[in-house]
Design a protein around this ligand. Structure first.
Ligand code: ADP
Ligand code: MG
Length: 268
């Protein structure tokens, strides 16, 4: 007689540890006030999907989290630490690029356009940062890379060059490359929007698997189906502010704000 064991992959634990603590984030590009006081907290293990119209500040918000963009006001802590600044009393001073890179190590980012190094093989792309930045021995980094390639379903592509891969395969390599740094947080900026429709599913499947493994993720996406299925929380942004947020069943299926309703009617 066997006793039923709970499916470990079904419900990863969201803990009370805060991975992202962003408060009062403002960003201006010249006179264009793009982020107007965004507060965002993300707990360890949580998957947050960021949706909203084009130009609403989703990419900018995501990029402030790993200091690809400076901010004009507010504070952002990742795993309790400032990424781009050091604090001196109430003042923030931007850190030197080398120190920013060091603090950014635990934040993985996947962009719309893959950004693989074209002159390196898939394997070289993945072990570049672990062996370079983190000084991991080549053998260990290679073993880890092959394990990650298997995880994204590309174990036979280690020696291939990016040019020979489909968009979906490139994006899966990009995900494996980010995971090779053992991040605490993964940021995705419309990872499937540059893909041919038939390649979207394979990338979303890898992301879903990652979410179920307990990875903390912030995902900017137009894939409402993915958000509904995978997100713990959906945030709707418009004009540089968070308009509405909550579980997908609330925000996607029963939105209350007129702007959320209008946006979802247009995309669903
Ligand atoms: P979304 O990702 O929601 O489409 P973005 O964050 O890309 O929105 O853009 C928000 C606004 O910020 C837009 O008006 C855009 O033109 C502007 N913007 C984004 N990046 C830059 C930049 N590097 N320089 C100047 N303006 C920018
Ligand atoms: Mg964008």
């Amino acid at each position: 007689m066997s006793t039923a064991t709970p499916d470990a992959a079904a419900a990863p634990q969201i803990t009370d540890t805060l991975v992202v603590e962003a408060t009062g984030v403002h960003k201006l590009f010249g006179s264009n006030h793009v982020l107007k006081g965004v507060d965002l907290t993300v707990k360890a293990g949580e998957v947050v999907c960021l949706i909203g119209p084009s130009g609403s500040g989703k990419t900018t918000m995501l990029r402030t989290l790993n200091h690809l963009e400076t901010i004009d006001a507010g504070l952002i802590l990742i795993s309790g630490q400032l990424v781009g600044y050091r604090q001196d009393g109430t003042r923030l001073h931007e850190l030197a690029p080398k120190e920013v890179c060091r603090r950014r190590e635990k934040i993985g980012m996947v962009f719309q356009h893959f950004n693989l190094f074209p002159h390196m093989t898939v394997l070289q792309n993945i072990i570049e940062a672990p062996t370079g930045v983190r000084r991991q021995p080549r053998k260990a980094a290679t073993e880890n890379a092959l394990r990650l390639l298997k995880r994204v379903g590309l174990e036979d592509k280690a020696a291939a060059y990016p040019v020979s891969l489909s968009g979906g395969q490139k994006q899966r390599v990009a995900i494996a490359r980010a995971l090779a740094m053992e991040p605490d947080l993964m940021l995705f900026d419309e990872p499937t929007s540059a893909l041919d429709p038939e390649l979207v599913g394979e990338v979303l499947a890898v992301m879903k698997d990652l979410a179920q493994s307990g990875m903390t993720m912030v995902v900017v996406t137009h894939e409402i189906g993915f958000a509904r299925q995978v997100a713990d929380r959906v945030i709707f942004m418009a004009d540089g502010v968070i308009v509405e947020q909550g579980p997908p069943a609330q925000v996607i299926d029963h939105p209350t704000n007129p702007r959320t309703i209008e946006f979802l009617q247009a995309v669903l």
